[in-house]
Design a protein around this ligand. Structure first.
Ligand SMILES: Cc1cc2nc3c(=O)[nH]c(=O)nc-3n(C[C@H](O)[C@H](O)[C@H](O)COP(=O)(O)O)c2cc1C
Length: 187
């Protein structure tokens, strides 16, 4: 049986980010269910806002080249994102825009053929529900096959304990189901 490599990408770099906590939970779950997860800290993937002139002069920023390579060497993605005004936050949009560009002679679309599960956490009552279909559409347009279903943490301020562990059982069950489905796709 193969061991799928799953890249877990939080859409927030904030120290106390709910989405980072949810991403850590999903990565741990993926490991327990038999995958090989890599959990990203987006603080290590800073990049200037995409600009065509910058790209023409300098190519991909080194951090985005690394992210591009990491996506390319993983089988699947778990994207765990906040909702900003109903949308995918600029951190993710900018990173994925950079990564969607060719890297010099390497013109492959690194997203093609990847699969993904989407998750969200929000202090609000809707748990990022307006953002999730937009994230799914964005990933689909990049060439990613997104699993139906999602894991969503609403009222996130009361969904994690002091050590950052997810205590919301409904959300934990959603993560379990989704991560297992993603792994089963690659067995
Ligand atoms: C610019 C901005 C827009 C936001 N818009 C929404 C929103 O539309 N829906 C929502 O549930 N939360 C919204 N929030 C609140 C975020 O969900 C909250 O800041 C959350 O903690 C961010 O995720 P993180 O904890 O992973 O950093 C917004 C926050 C910011 C900064």
């Amino acid at each position: 049986m193969s061991v799928p490599k799953i890249l877990v990408i939080p859409g927030s770099a904030r120290k106390d980010s709910f989405n980072r906590k949810l991403a850590a939970h999903a990565a741990e779950k993926a490991g327990r269910l038999g995958a090989e997860p890599t959990l990203l800290d987006m603080n290590a993937f800073n990049a200037p806002l995409y600009h065509g002139d910058l790209e023409a002069e300098q190519g991909l920023p080194e951090t985005m080249r690394t992210l591009r390579q990491m996506i390319g060497t993983h089988d699947a993605l778990i994207v765990v994102s906040p909702e900003y005004n109903g949308h995918v936050p600029p951190l993710l949009v900018n990173a994925f825009d950079w990564v969607s560009r060719p890297d010099g002679e390497d013109k492959d679309n690194v997203f093609a053929g990847k699969s993904a599960a989407v998750m969200a956490a929000s202090p609000g009552r809707l748990g990022g529900a307006r953002m999730i279909p937009r994230l799914r559409a964005f990933l689909t347009d990049l060439g990613v096959m997104c699993l139906p279903g999602q894991a969503s943490v609403a009222s996130a301020f009361k969904a994690f304990d002091e050590s950052g562990q997810l205590t919301d059982e409904r959300a934990a069950a959603q993560v379990q189901t989704l991560v297992k489905r993603l792994i089963d796709l690659h067995r």
